[in-house]
Design a protein around this ligand. Structure first.
Ligand SMILES: Cc1ncc(COP(=O)(O)O)c(C=O)c1O
Length: 399
């Protein structure tokens, strides 16, 4: 089975085998299908994994330390602490930032549920603020409203959705003014920039996911980046059962912790992916520019890249009034699509008791009704791109 075939069966976000619903329409086999996600692994990755296997050091070890150093350098941060996935990275960072029982953290209702789940798993309370219409990321004005209304907010957890950083200058100013920490959810934004700075280097800490559909992968995996020595030290302890130095022996556990460690095999894959990340992101940006141009005359909205931002198009997400019809029509034409996210987090059944019953976030809800992602990954060929563009045009020509 080729990579394309394998991945044509997985949902781009969850990795769960897709049914025939329009949330993840890659269930159809077929050579001419353009899947919504298709991870690209090189011969180098196979080579480096083989040498890890031959070394016998499969769990934590020098390969993980090397990956951490290289990822921190890439982000421009002093430290990186590798984890088992993006969710555990978020929980680890929140623990390292000192989140306490019932502390409130403001985040986006328009994200993968992990952004808010991590706050709950670390013992805190997720509180939502609405998103900006154009960027789909936290609206600083609405965050300010929430922070003014409550006295239990200790931090902000902005999400760089689809590969576009949130408004970090405004959110960091707001956090400074109210003495809050900032934890970036950069799980979808490897290599993205704002004002020349990379996602992952703005807040007190940031987290990335290396799930197979992300801009770079380690299989499963994640990382916490930070400039703060104290956060890096606590994160490194937390992922390893709170193991630390007291000078009395090898098994000193100075804090309660977990096993959220990355494996050496994952780190080996990550090192080769990091070498190729810029090329991957260039390909995504090239596809996005071609789609932007091709769709100008059509009745849909293309993604925004505000001045001084560098979008890395984890997803190329359009907004259309007839979203479901468009998705069905693309499916008929063998194009994989995804809806990220059809149900905002505050409307999820698991959040019934968490979100204020009457809470409404009109922009998040409008986005959930209209967004549709189309294939933008590096394995989309020039031919595939033409096929996608034709398929979208066909849909509107037939109306
Ligand atoms: C915005 C966001 N946050 C957190 C996560 C969690 O990452 P992981 O799936 O690696 O646990 C994801 C991954 O899908 C994500 O997209």
């Amino acid at each position: 089975m080729t990579d394309a075939e394998t991945n044509s069966k997985i949902d781009a976000e969850t990795g769960i085998e897709a049914e025939t619903d329009i949330e993840a329409t890659d269930a159809t086999d077929g050579d001419d299908r353009v899947p919504i996600a298709d991870p690209e692994l090189s011969a180098d990755a196979t080579q480096r994994v083989r040498s890890v296997l031959e070394s016998g050091a499969l769990a934590d070890g020098p390969e993980v330390r090397a990956f951490e150093r290289e990822f921190a350098t890439f982000c421009g941060t002093d430290h990186a602490v590798a984890t088992s996935n993006g969710t555990t990275a978020l929980v680890t960072a929140l623990e390292a930032l000192g989140l306490e029982e019932d502390d409130a953290v403001v985040t986006s209702p328009f994200s993968f549920v992990a952004s808010a789940n991590a706050i709950r798993l670390a013992g805190g309370t997720p509180v939502f603020a609405d998103i900006d219409t154009e960027t789909y990321t936290l609206d600083p004005a609405d965050v300010e409203r929430v922070v003014q209304e409550r006295d239990d907010v200790v931090g902000l957890l902005p999400v760089h959705l689809y590969g576009l950083p949130a408004d970090m200058p405004a959110l960091c100013d707001l956090a400074d003014a109210h003495d809050l920490f900032v934890l970036e959810d950069a799980c979808q934004a490897h290599g993205a920039k704002c004002n020349g700075k990379r996602a992952g280097s703005f807040g007190d800490a940031a987290c990335f996911s290396f799930y197979p559909t992300k801009n770079m992968t380690t299989g499963e995996g994640g990382v916490v980046t930070t400039d703060r020595d104290d956060v890096a030290e606590r994160a490194a302890q937390y992922v390893n059962h709170g193991r630390g130095e007291t000078g009395t022996g090898d098994y000193d556990h100075v804090e309660l912790g977990h096993n959220h460690r990355m494996t050496s095999v994952e780190a080996a894959i990550g090192r080769t992916q990091l070498e190729r990340l810029s090329t991957f992101n260039e390909a995504r940006r090239e596809h996005a520019a071609a789609y932007d141009e091709a769709f100008t005359e059509l009745p849909l909205e293309t993604p925004t890249e505000p001045p001084r931002y560098r979008h890395v198009y984890h997803q190329y997400t359009i907004r259309a009034a007839d979203r479901d019809a468009l998705a069905a029509s693309l499916e008929d034409q063998n194009i994989g699509t995804g809806i990220y996210y059809e149900t905002p987090i505050h409307r999820q059944p698991a959040y019934e008791t968490i979100s204020a019953a009457a809470a409404t976030f009109p922009e998040a809800e409008r986005a959930a009704d209209r967004v549709l992602s189309i294939p933008v990954h590096p394995n989309v060929s020039a031919d595939d791109r033409r096929t996608v563009i034709e398929a979208v045009r066909n849909h509107y020509d037939q109306q």
